[in-house]
Design a protein around this ligand. Structure first.
Ligand code: PA5
Ligand code: NI
Length: 195
């Protein structure tokens, strides 16, 4: 092993989480996705445009420490998906496969409630529940999307191999086999015509 280059990579460090508010206090990067960055993902496109016109609310935030995006390192962070609906469909993340497809991921739910929607490109799919203390294992090759069903943000801590990267394009085309709606406080998981 080349000790010099390993040493230069990164020194040990600490990430400071606020578990109450579901944020990282000392992130290197903070991604904020607004309703306007979710076009094409919800069933009711008109409802999304109305929501954007009414103030373009935040759908989710991602807090990360920067690590080298190469084999051996672990990328981790906090994903915070806000409560809300678009034409009854619960706020969710875009969802993605990993660009290096044979890499898995774990998500530990810290607060809030929801679901992890997962799918393989051959059409197989799975849904797991997010409740505080639940950890969802996303195996290699499985596309994944978080959905918030609670009245408070869904907060998860995630870790994946740092070389994995994100492939959003295929999920944009395919969608997921199910959609999650909340009407009059009742959560429903329904088949997606597009998925
Ligand atoms: O890599 C992951 O799975 C997470 O960091 C997600 O990127 C995060 O939850 C946001 O979701 P997405 O990347 O689908 O917008
Ligand atoms: Ni991922």
């Amino acid at each position: 092993m080349d000790k010099k280059s390993t040493k230069k990579d990164l020194r040990p460090f600490m990430a400071d989480f606020d578990l109450m508010y579901g944020i990282m206090r000392n992130p290197d990067s903070q991604l904020v996705r607004l309703a306007s960055s979710m076009r094409g993902h919800y069933a009711d496109e008109r409802a999304l445009e109305e929501l954007i016109a009414r103030g373009d609310p935040v759908h989710y935030e991602v807090f990360e420490k920067t690590v080298p995006q190469k084999k051996g390192h672990l990328q981790f962070g906090i994903s915070k998906t806000y409560p809300g609906t678009v034409g009854g469909e619960c706020f969710m993340t875009k969802g993605h496969y990993h660009a290096v497809a044979d890499t898995g991921e774990v998500y530990l739910c810290l607060r809030g409630e929801g679901y992890m929607l997962m799918k393989l490109s051959n059409g197989d799919s799975a849904v797991e529940r997010f409740l505080p203390g639940n950890m969802v294992y996303v195996p290699p090759f499985w596309g994944h999307r978080s959905v918030c069903t609670s009245d408070e943000p869904l907060i998860t801590f995630y870790v994946y191999p740092a070389e994995a990267g994100h492939n959003y394009g295929d999920i944009e085309k395919e969608g997921f086999p199910v959609r999650v709606f909340k009407r009059a406080g009742k959560v429903e998981i329904v088949p997606n015509k597009k998925g």
